[in-house]
Write a protein that binds this ligand. Structure first.
Ligand code: UDP
Ligand code: MG
Length: 317
């Protein structure tokens, strides 16, 4: 029985060694066969050098380096394809996902749960803005999405071999792992944890990256926005009908001056807005289809360090 740990790394040189120490300490106490795979997601700092050093210091450490920054979700997917544990734990490199929680995850797995998710207890360690946007996002996505997605669920979880295989069999390029994990089913458990303070460096999730993740999550797990376009269109047609009746009534019954250009501009603006919104939503889905049809590999590996098992799934051309 072996546990593999997958850690995406983007410019985490300041905290990596401490992370490895802490992880090693916890895993040692578990008395279980384990290894850890660092996926360097195109870091611009010394992260890769540190990963190489760690693989020399710790026999269970290994690393793959992507050719550029592909993003957190893709780095995770890359990691999942290059491990061979009976269970896999994905976690951040910044000690916000405390290794001390791992024994609880493993215990649940040994009870027979195939996916063990974690839910972060809301504390001050996460910034105010992040907490608010995250709460709002999950409330919204769960309103309109086809699969339930737990609020506060981070990409800190244990996946059984079977669940990993299921995830890897999903060919989409647009990877929103939280949704995908919910979609695959299996017996899923939840474990609560207090997030640690980010030890070193700063959050790699810029507002832009958060927005991208949010939009990917919405459009890949819901047709709601497309239906919203339809709804907006329908509402505006109904409103326009009422307005037409009113205009006719003004013309026929009251004989007052013709309605001024203000109302015309108003109508034009309203419909312009509705059309743009709808077009934007279509465009978003079209972009997704475009991305999927290009069938590019999800990521490109520049080099590896330490013993890397054979990839689970070869990219199909
Ligand atoms: N990360 C990555 N690629 C990216 C952004 C982040 O591999 O483009 C890694 C990062 O090194 C960390 C994890 O993903 O291990 C989560 O990122 P971060 O801690 O910055 O996110 P936050 O905890 O602020 O949501
Ligand atoms: Mg973090």
């Amino acid at each position: 029985m072996k546990i593999s740990i997958v850690v995406p790394v983007y410019n985490e040189s300041l905290g990596l060694e401490e992370f490895m120490k802490s992880l090693n300490f916890t895993m040692d106490s578990l008395k279980i066969h384990w290894d850890v795979l660092f996926v360097d997601d195109g870091s611009e700092d010394a992260s890769w050098q540190i990963i190489q050093r760690l693989t020399r210091l710790y026999p269970m450490a290994r690393g793959i380096q992507l050719s550029r920054n592909f993003g957190h979700q893709i780095a995770l997917s890359a990691g999942l394809e290059h491990i061979d544990g009976d269970a896999v734990i994905t976690m951040d490199a910044d000690l916000q996902h405390p290794p001390q929680v791992i024994p609880a995850l493993v215990a649940k797995w040994q009870e027979g749960w195939e996916v063990v998710n974690t839910v972060r207890a809301d504390t001050r360690t996460t910034g105010w803005f992040k907490r608010q946007t995250s709460t709002l996002f999950y409330r919204f996505i769960n309103k309109i999405s086809d699969v339930p997605i737990t609020a506060g669920a981070a990409d800190f979880r244990l996946l059984d071999r079977k669940a990993v295989a299921a995830l890897l069999s999903m060919p989409e390029r647009n990877r929103f792992l939280r949704g995908m994990v919910s979609w695959i089913g299996f017996r899923q458990a939840f474990v609560c944890y207090e997030p640690g303070m980010r030890r070193a460096g700063e959050s790699k999730y810029t507002l832009k990256k958060m927005l991208h993740l949010g939009i990917d999550g919405l459009t890949s797990f819901s047709l709601g926005p497309l239906r919203l376009a339809l709804l907006l269109g329908a509402i505006s047609i109904i409103l326009a009908l009422f307005y037409a009746v009113y205009v006719l009534w003004v013309k026929i019954a009251t004989h007052t001056a013709e309605p001024g250009w203000t109302s015309i501009i108003g109508v034009v603006l309203f419909f312009g807005g509705v059309q743009l919104v709808s077009l934007g939503i279509f465009g978003e889905y079209l972009g997704q289809i475009f991305g999927e049809t290009k069938r590019r590999p999800l990521y490109i590996i520049r080099q590896t360090t330490g013993p890397i098992p054979h990839p689970e799934r070869k990219e199909t051309p």
